[in-house]
Every structure is written in C-alpha cells, then in structure tokens.
Design a protein around this ligand. Structure first.
Ligand SMILES: NC(=O)c1ccc[n+]([C@@H]2O[C@H](COP(=O)([O-])OP(=O)(O)OC[C@H]3O[C@@H](n4cnc5c(N)ncnc54)[C@H](O)[C@@H]3O)[C@@H](O)[C@H]2O)c1
Length: 422
C-alpha cells in the first residue's frame, strides 16, 4: 500500500522530525497535539528544518515550500478518517499511548496501519488497545529523526508480516535504513549502548581515567562521541531511568554504576542543568576550548566509593590503566546475547549501530580484528578480575563460548547472509 495521507501524533522533538521526513517524500501529513501552542511549535520546527536545507543548498525554496505545504497542524482527530498511516510520538507513558491507540482505532478506517515510536514500552501492549493488533508495529526513529538513518522496525506478538513489510517499505520510501528487531527491552541500539555507557561510569568510579580520557579513547576507537559527553547530551536523569529499567529487565549485566544516581541527586543532569560530567555554558560546551570537568565530580566519586566499597572492583588491586575495550566489550557481548535470543539478524547489528549511533565502523568487526577467542578471554578476565565475586557485567554469552569451542574465530564470516539462488 502506498501512503498518501499520514498522521503524526505528538508535535514534539520526534513528531516534528518524523512529520518532516514524511512530507519530504510527498506524503500529506496531519500533525496532531493536545494544544495549538504545541502544534505551532512543531510546525515552526519543521519550517526551520526545511529553511536550513535551503540555506545549505540541498533543497530549493520552491521544493521546501511544497513539502511544508503538505503538513497541516491540528488539535482534533476529525480528519483522521482519511489517513492510511498513523505514527504516534506522544509522551512515553503507557496510559497516554493506550488512550491514543484506543481513540484512533475507533476513528480510522480498518485498513489504516498504526505505528508507535516508543523507546521502551511494549509494542504488543500498545497494540492490545486496538481491535487490529495485526496492523500495529513499532517504528523507532532516532533523534534527530530528520537526519538519523536508522529505524528499528519492531513487530508486536500479533503484528502481521504484511504490516512489517509495509513499515519496511515506508522506511525505504523515506530514505531510511530499517532494521527488524524483535520486541525486547531497549530494543537493540539502546540495549547495547547502555552496557557501554554504564561501564564507562565504573571506569570513572575506579579512578582509571578522567572523563576526557575515556571519551577521547572511545572516539579514537570509532564512535562519534564519547560515553560521558553522550550522558551529558541525553540527560543524566533520563539515562538513570533507562539504566534502572534495563537492570530490572535483564539483571546483573546492567547493574547500574552508583555514580549515576549520585550525580542526579546532586542536580548534575548534563547540558540541561549546566553541569554533568563536563561544565556547559548555556547548555552547550564552549567551542574551541578544552572541556572543563565538573569540579564536583571528584567529591561525588569519593562519596560513591565510600558508600559502595564493593562496587569498586578495582579497590585494593594494583593500579591498572584504562583500555578502551573494557567499555566496547560489554556492548559487543550484549549484541551477541541479542543474536542468540533471535532478536536481531547477525548481519544487522553493525547496520543498526552505524546508522543509529553514527559508529564509524562496525561493532561486530571487533571479532574479525581480534578474534573471538581474544574476546572470550578478555570477557573472562574482567569477569574473574576480582577473585571473590565475579563481575557479572562481563558474563560471556553462551554463543561466544560455543563458537570459540568450535574453533570459529570470525563471527561475521560465519554469519554472512546466504547468497540468493536463482
Ligand atoms: N527524544 C528522543 O531522543 C527519542 C528518540 C526515539 C524515540 N522517542 C520517543 O518518541 C516519543 C516522543 O518523544 P519526544 O522526545 O518527541 O517527546 P516531546 O516531549 O518532545 O514531545 C511529545 C509531544 O507529545 C504531545 N502529546 C502528549 N500527549 C499527547 C496526546 N494524548 N495526543 C497528542 N499529543 C500528545 C506533547 O504535548 C508533546 O508536544 C516518546 O515515546 C519517546 O520515548 C524519543
């Protein structure tokens, strides 16, 4: 089915970006929010997105005006009777989403496909608010939606193959890169990212490196930004919430570093509060100047180590240096856990991380470069670093152990997609 008319519910950061992308490929878009002021803000954002493209010379003024004219703001569901596709990007609260899906189910034609941009809620539960769970799918865009290529396409338990195909084709029409991810907490990208961000906090707590040293090594490894800068950008309070959620779902591999909640309690929330791991001037780091570390950080780390002596696995051990693989390995390991659970096609892990987070190289290539036997040995060395208590954040997935046992050392080679016959 070709989409001619779509609706986006929620005119915030994500909704306005998604509406912009839809209008750009010639689709009429209704942008709905609860109040006219929010609708106007969203429409203003879209205009700015198009204006900046005109300024950069990637779009003519006439093209921008034509695209913009396709987006109509609304505070009512009146025109929803004529839409082929609805994507919801309202608040991340299950009661809000259930209410929205129940409402649109009663108004939209039975053929209309519904998508949710939820970051962490259950697509299956959201779909259950409708009489058409087969036509409800997760489409998780990345921020800013008008730039980031990746869309995680997440079927709920009752989503039909046709709906997944529809969502995938729509992504292609929007010039996005869809990756199918089975429903699981954090889906793929956030699930992997949080293991690595959390580990960076442990490195900091253990006094192995400064925030700048950690970030610089990670960037040199091939990520667009370091984990501590990413914490500051995303908001430490938001990250603490996600960390707790993933820990509740997956257990010990996601044991949150106590430093994060300590920082949040101290009001250090990142760019939005003016201070996180680094200091921020009016929300953004001062360009051209060395990043200034939050002067409160040392005191907060000392307090955390005093309150949680067991959280510091390095306590009493000879002083080590920071090896960037310490933060990359948990992310790789989590990727293999996702593969062994059937959450993702092995060939798609790198596609997702490169298009969703801007990784300059593939995460799974680490196995090709270093060998899976090296990965397993490293994970085990961190797991058993402290003789008394294994560090469960590094517990290797059984798939890695199985492959190494079978003397398979090249992960991507083993899982290359079969060549189509005929
Ligand atoms: N911000 C991100 O980085 C990001 C990335 C991927 C997915 N998401 C998800 O996208 C969704 C939206 O996030 P956001 O960052 O754009 O939030 P936002 O706060 O910027 O915007 C949400 C908008 O939804 C509106 N809204 C709330 N209830 C509504 C309702 N009943 N009907 C219509 N509009 C309603 C609000 O008024 C607000 O304008 C959330 O589910 C979030 O988890 C966010």
């Amino acid at each position: 089915m070709r989409v001619q008319r779509a609706a986006v519910i929620g005119a915030g950061a994500m909704g306005s970006g998604i509406a912009c992308v839809l209008s750009q490929c010639g689709i009429e878009v209704l942008l709905k929010d609860v109040e006219q002021a929010f609708v106007d803000k969203g429409l203003g954002n879209i205009k700015r997105m198009y204006d900046s493209r005109v300024k950069k010379g990637t779009l003519s003024e006439a093209e921008a005006a034509n695209h913009l004219a396709l987006v109509k703001g609304t505070t009512s569901y009146d025109d929803f009777k004529g839409v082929d596709f609805v994507i919801e990007a309202a608040f991340e609260e299950i009661s809000v989403k259930l209410d929205i899906f129940k409402t649109i189910d009663a108004i939209c034609p039975s053929k209309t496909i519904f998508a949710t941009n939820t970051s962490a809620l259950s697509v299956s539960e959201i779909a259950s608010a409708t009489s058409r769970p087969d036509k409800v799918v997760g489409m998780h865009f990345f921020n800013p939606a008008q730039f980031m290529k990746l869309v995680e396409v997440i079927p709920g338990v009752k989503t039909s193959d046709e709906t997944v195909k529809f969502a995938t084709e729509l992504c292609h029409a929007m010039q996005k890169t869809p990756v199918k991810v089975q429903e699981c907490p954090g889906f793929l990208v956030n699930r992997l990212l949080f293991t690595y961000m959390n580990e960076a906090l442990y490195v900091l707590q253990e006094g192995l490196a400064t925030p700048e040293e950690i970030d610089n090594q990670v960037v040199a490894w091939g990520l667009p930004m370091g984990p501590l800068a990413l914490f500051d950008l995303t908001g430490l309070d938001v990250c603490a919430h996600v960390n707790k959620f993933l820990y509740a779902q997956y257990g010990a591999r996601f044991q949150p570093a106590p430093l994060l909640s300590k920082m949040v309690e101290a009001g250090c929330l990142g760019q939005k509060s003016g201070a996180g791991f680094f200091m921020h001037d009016k929300g953004v780091p001062v360009k051209g100047e060395a990043k200034k570390i939050n002067p409160k950080l040392a005191e907060l780390i000392a307090a955390v180590n005093k309150e949680n002596p067991s959280a510091n696995t390095n306590a009493g051990a000879p002083k080590k240096t920071f090896d960037v693989h310490r933060v990359i390995l948990p992310m790789f390991n989590e990727g293999v856990y996702a593969i062994q659970e059937g959450v993702i096609d092995p060939a798609d892990v790198d596609v997702a991380m490169q298009n969703g987070c801007g990784f300059k190289r593939g995460l799974m290539t680490i196995a090709d470069e270093k060998g899976l036997d090296w990965v397993l040995a490293e994970l085990n060395s961190y797991l058993y670093e402290n003789a008394k208590t294994p560090n469960e954040r590094f517990r290797p997935s059984w798939l890695i152990s199985k492959l190494v046992g079978a003397k398979v050392n090249d992960f991507s080679g083993l899982y290359k997609k079969p060549v189509a016959i005929g």
